[in-house]
Design a protein. Structure first.
Length: 157
């Protein structure tokens, strides 16, 4: 899902479970549960844009999500716990970034015999992350996220 959706659910987790030893693993788990729900995200159309544009959009959206979560949960969750829970919730996507930045191309869908060690490692992480990745087009792919975030915000009140 979008970094914003992950950050908001991470904030709700940190508010409901103030123990970092529980909140951080729950936040990582929430990432995969949320990605299994059909959704759209910045990465969805990457083949249609330059890598620089996708990177800039992804970074902006991540900063936006963290800022929103910060203002929503400030005073309700201690800032270090809030930030570490948000980072945990977004980490699986960040670990995917090296594949997109260094190795992926518009017309390339995997590794070849010539691929080096780091390319293989990046590709494996990218594949692992995408086992449960359910995609949906706009606008449905955003509506599912609004509903999902609202559901977790109410559930973890
Ligand atoms: Zn993801």
């Amino acid at each position: 899902m979008t970094a914003t959706a992950h950050a908001l659910v991470a904030g709700a987790i940190a508010r409901a479970v103030p123990n970092p030893y529980l909140a951080i693993p729950l936040a990582i788990t929430s990432h995969f549960i949320m990605d299994a729900i059909p959704h759209w995200d910045i990465g969805a159309d990457w083949r249609a844009r330059s890598k620089t544009v996708t990177g800039a959009l992804a970074i902006s959206e991540t900063v936006l999500g963290i800022t929103l979560a910060y203002f929503l949960f400030r005073g309700k969750v201690e800032t270090p716990l809030l930030l570490s829970t948000i980072i945990a919730s977004e980490l699986p996507d960040w670990l995917e970034a090296p594949w997109y930045i260094f190795f992926a191309h518009k017309n390339k869908n995997g590794i070849s015999k010539k691929s080096g060690f780091w390319e293989r490692v990046s590709y494996r992480i990218y594949r692992r992350e995408n086992v449960v990745h359910a995609k949906a087009d706009l606008p449905f792919g955003i509506i599912t996220q609004v509903v999902t975030v609202a559901f977790f915000l109410l559930l973890l009140k």
